[in-house]
Write a protein that binds this ligand. Structure first.
Ligand code: CA
Length: 231
């Protein structure tokens, strides 16, 4: 297991890496946000977990967290910070942190939280649907677009899950009605179009590529942004 420690305080960084190594973890250290992002870019495939300080010189830890969630959505991040106010905790967890530990901390507890985050990652590896930067966690029932969490009503969730299980494939209104609503709706009903509209507004944040496309006369599909489409 390879842990990236993002910590500008040399004393804490050294304490963490020594302790983690003694427990059999490999470690890398980044002393600021930019170094953390560069290391995550370079070694992302071999990293298992990130311990992230929030108060960092240069790029703030919150910005680093969002960038990590966007570039490496499967990589668990545990925030380790002196910021102990509720707003910071809520903000960090909503931004996709696996856990939030405040300084001063007990090393044994930190180890237990690391193990818990790694267990959750292993369990959820097979239960996350990913299309581009859109991610649906089937265990925790949370949807993400990049680093942004998306709240979905149950039918919106079912519709998005169906589309994400068949990326690039056109699904007709009748197929969607049948699978998401599970009973015979009036075929003239526009309920699918209405829900596609709801979903589109939620998953297409400002500046993001439209993923949910209308194929005229055929239905809807999720597809790669480089492909031509009608948005
Ligand atoms: Ca710090």
């Amino acid at each position: 297991m390879n842990v990236l420690v993002v910590e500008d305080d040399e004393r804490i960084a050294s304490f963490l890496t020594k302790g983690l190594k003694a427990e059999g973890y490999a470690t890398e250290v980044a002393h600021d946000g930019d170094e953390a992002l560069a290391l995550a870019e370079r070694d992302g495939d071999t990293l298992d977990l990130v311990l992230l300080d929030l108060g960092l010189p240069g790029t703030d830890g919150r910005v680093v967290l969002r960038a990590l969630r966007e570039r490496r959505p499967a990589l668990p991040v545990i925030i380790l910070t002196a910021r102990d106010d509720v707003a910071s905790k809520v903000d960090g967890l909503d931004a996709g942190a696996a856990d939030y530990v405040t300084k001063p901390f007990h090393f044994e507890e930190l180890l237990a939280r690391i193990r818990a985050a790694l267990r959750l990652r292993d369990q959820s590896a097979a239960s996350v649907l990913v299309v581009e930067d859109l991610r649906l966690d089937l265990v925790t029932k949370v949807a993400w677009r990049g680093g942004r969490r998306i709240d979905l009503a149950p039918r919106e969730w079912a519709l998005l899950e169906l589309l994400m299980r068949h990326p690039h494939q056109v699904l007709s209104r009748a197929q969607i009605l049948d699978r998401v609503w599970e009973y015979d709706f009036d075929p003239g009903s526009n309920i699918v179009d209405v829900y596609v509209g709801y979903l589109r507004r939620k998953i297409n944040g400002p500046g993001s590529t439209p993923l949910l496309q209308t194929v005229r006369g055929a239905g809807y599909r999720l597809l790669a942004p480089e492909a031509p489409g009608e948005g």
